[in-house]
Write a protein that binds this ligand. Structure first.
Ligand SMILES: Cc1ncc(COP(=O)(O)O)c(C=O)c1O
Length: 324
């Protein structure tokens, strides 16, 4: 058997998630500034529990820790992670589901709306520094001090397998799909989805979408090694990552057919189109895939049937105002 994530671990995640998360059926669209003849279907994970796909991986990981604790008799004291965003909310939600304590380390600059969402799910928020490294170090220290288990945002087999359930859902609902577009941050989402898709139908192409101001996968592919960017600059906070993970990089290299970048302006246009034409409030990272479809038909292998993952819908009111 190939190492995780694989089709078996993704199906296992699917049974864990059954009845826990929302169905997010594909939405068909032929309207708007799409290339001629394109049939675009949207996977609206902005309507998912906690407002993003992140619940799939976080829940699968936390559920597996609970199962392990039952199996071994070793108590699970709680979970910890470092994220002010969608992953933090998802871990908080999953922990509450299992009655576990959760501590989420966020930057001192974290918007109130986000920390309130996390505490609303019952987790404890701790502010630490302004860099992702400072938060990560603090989360790992908490794991040591309190005996809590660290839940990684993307570089983890259970997390990637959970995200991969999106790939199975798309193929089940639309077996004729030619291309699936997926945004890339640390690469957990696309690693899971590409693994599922290539295992079921290797002819379906998987295209990764990055912000022009955070092109870590694109540059890694061009240079033939895992690149760590010096800095990033984009409104798309979920995909504003300096590098792919150690686990996700080789999966992206092996399974993702094409990597494209989109500008912040194109993302904003896509957000407005999704809101006004489809009544879908999608955050910048989630709208990047639609920006890629609208922007350039060459990305898409001349394909007719395209599925775009709208990965989340959580955003600050100030961003919404500037978008409008
Ligand atoms: C809305 C949204 N889309 C995409 C991503 C990227 O996911 P990954 O880091 O698994 O590549 C994230 C990550 O936080 C996100 O919040």
């Amino acid at each position: 058997m190939t190492p995780a994530p694989n089709l078996d671990t993704i199906k296992e995640a699917q049974s864990r998630l059954q009845g826990v998360i929302h169905n997010t059926p594909l939405r068909t669209t032929r309207s708007g500034p799409l290339p001629q003849g394109t049939e675009l279907r949207l996977k609206p994970e902005n309507l998912q529990v906690t407002g993003s796909f992140k619940i799939r991986g976080a829940y699968n990981k936390v559920a597996s820790l609970v199962e392990q604790s039952h199996r071994t008799g070793k108590p699970l004291l709680g979970v910890v992670t470092a994220s002010s965003g969608n992953h933090g909310q998802a871990v908080a939600w999953a922990a509450r589901h299992f009655g576990l304590a959760a501590r989420i380390v966020v930057p001192e600059t974290a918007p109130k709306a986000k920390t309130e969402a996390i505490t609303g799910y019952g987790a404890t928020v701790e502010c630490c520094g302004t860099t992702s490294q400072a938060r990560l170090d603090r989360a790992k220290a908490i794991a040591e001090e309190d005996g809590f288990i660290f839940v990684p945002p993307y570089d983890d087999d259970y997390v990637m397998s959970g995200q991969g359930t999106i790939g199975l859902e798309i193929l089940t609902e639309w077996p004729e799909v030619d291309v699936v577009l997926v945004p890339i941050g640390g690469g957990g989402l696309i690693s899971g989805i590409a693994t599922a898709i290539k295992a079921v139908n290797p002819d379906v192409r998987v295209v990764g979408v990055e912000a022009l101001g955070a092109p870590k996968a694109f540059r890694s592919r061009t240079e033939g090694r895992r690149i760590v960017l010096d800095e990033t600059d984009t409104i798309a906070d979920g995909i504003k990552t300096l590098s792919l993970g150690h686990l996700t990089y080789p999966i992206v290299e092996a399974l993702v057919d094409r990597l494209v970048t989109v500008s912040d302006e194109a993302i904003m246009d896509a957000m407005r189109w999704l809101l006004f034409r489809h009544k879908l409030l999608v955050e910048p990272s989630g709208a990047a895939t639609v920006a890629a479809v609208m922007g350039n038909r060459d990305h898409l292998f001349g394909s007719q049937r395209i599925a775009a993952v709208l990965s989340g819908g959580n955003m600050d009111p100030s961003l919404l105002r500037s978008m409008l």
